[in-house]
Design a protein around this ligand. Structure first.
Ligand SMILES: Cc1ncc(COP(=O)(O)O)c(C=O)c1O
Length: 391
């Protein structure tokens, strides 16, 4: 069943062959239900790649529609032609002429046009599709916003039951949108951990699709990296600035660049990743500054930038490793600047950004003011969700 508008992409075979534990390297079977590895760490999907495959893959892309499914060989679906497809991915990369620091070549990866209004569509499309083809009848997760909306939409399209738990202060728009897609919504707890606990107490066969607790959301987010490379003419930017909660995007994009390199389609220096978080919930920034390998939980998360109110990321060590290996950094921004930054970007650059996108742009400004990002450098900034998703 293809529910999207672009069936018959002429997709090649999948190159995925196993799961690998991101902590121990243990290898696991691909086509069975998978959540965390025996070490309690995220599984990542392994692909059989070598340089002889690269040019034919690149040539095949030319004939495929512009959605994330164009990269089917680098995705884990067994039956890509039979996928549930709402038109995810293929978002614009927009060069900003105005409203950005002088002399910097700034490109906005505008993700709000995805189904359900955010980049969460990418990961949840993959996770729901895999859950469906591996036999799930229901899916669940805890989220304060976009992940809940996106999972509800894909579960509806896939005909799966759906249950989400949101904290009591989550925007009412989020609750309404999930219910509109037919999800059961549990409003419980004052943060994600408490909502998740409430979810785990409920009965029923629901597969858990929380960030990096299953292997496939990172695969969907990986396509952001694949798209950037293609959109920049098979080259890389100097910096990627990413508003970071669970960090799947950073983990996924690093994986995308590794895979393109293994295919012989990329070489040269990697982009430096920047994780941007809110001052009221910045576990990754704190751990990066303290040179820790893991990020201790943030004690009292406070932020209305919902996507970034994540006190503990299960893939913290993977995010921190990606920041260090790429010679990147982590920046915290003040809550009070978000609204003004959204207005400024609307007025000066003509773009309507969500609060997470505004945080990323503030990260760009502070790194430029500090002289870390220099004139002439190319920077991709992630604008991850539509502001309307929060009401
Ligand atoms: C709009 C938006 N931006 C950024 C994030 C953080 O994304 P990640 O979990 O990949 O770090 C979220 C997560 O909920 C989000 O909804």
């Amino acid at each position: 069943m293809t529910t999207g508008s672009e069936p018959g992409l002429g997709l090649g075979e999948r190159w995925a062959d196993a799961l690998v534990c991101s902590k121990t390297g243990e290898v696991g079977e691909l086509d069975r239900p998978a959540f965390l590895s025996p070490a309690g760490a995220p599984w990542l999907v392994r692909y059989r790649l070598d340089r002889s495959l690269g040019e034919a893959f690149k040539a095949a892309l030319a004939g495929r529609p512009w959605s994330l499914w164009r990269y089917a060989e680098l995705l884990p679906l067994r039956d890509a032609e039979g996928r549930v497809d709402l038109g995810e991915g293929g978002t614009p990369l927009v060069r900003l002429e105005r409203g950005v620091p002088a002399g910097i070549d700034v490109w906005l990866k505008e993700e709000s046009g995805n189904p359900a209004g955010s980049f969460k569509a990418r990961g949840l499309s993959l996770a729901v599709n895999r859950a469906r083809e591996l036999g799930a009848t229901g899916v669940q997760l805890a989220s304060a916003g976009n992940a809940a909306i996106a999972m509800s939409a894909y579960a509806a399209a896939a005909g799966l039951r759906c249950r989400v738990a949101v904290p009591v202060d989550a925007p009412t728009t989020v609750v309404e949108r999930c219910r509109l897609h037919g999800a059961e919504v549990i409003v419980a707890g004052s943060n994600l951990a408490e909502s998740g606990l409430e979810l785990s107490r409920r009965e029923g066969e629901f597969w858990e699709l929380s960030t990096l607790k299953e292997p496939y959301r990172a695969e969907g987010k990986k396509t952001m990296g694949l798209e950037i490379v293609e959109q920049l003419g098979w080259s890389l930017p100097d910096w990627i600035i990413y508003p970071t909660g669970g960090g799947t995007g950073i983990v996924g994009m690093q994986k995308a660049f590794d895979e393109l390199e293994a295919l012989g389609l990329l070489s040269g220096p990697r982009p430096r990743f920047v994780a941007v978080q809110m001052a009221g919930c910045a576990p990754i920034v704190r751990a990066f500054e303290q040179r820790l390998d893991h990020a201790p939980p943030w004690e009292q998360p406070e932020s209305r930038v919902w996507g970034l109110r994540v006190p503990k990321a299960i893939g913290d060590f993977l995010i921190l490793r990606a920041l260090r290996e790429s010679d990147g950094t982590a920046v915290a921004v003040e809550e009070s600047r978000i609204g003004r930054e959204q207005e400024r970007l609307a007025r000066e650059a003509g773009v309507l950004v969500g609060p997470e996108g505004a945080a990323a742009m503030l990260g760009l400004r502070s790194l430029t003011e500090a002289g870390r990002i220099e004139a002439g450098q190319r920077v991709v900034v992630f604008q991850t969700g539509h502001p309307g998703n929060y009401g």
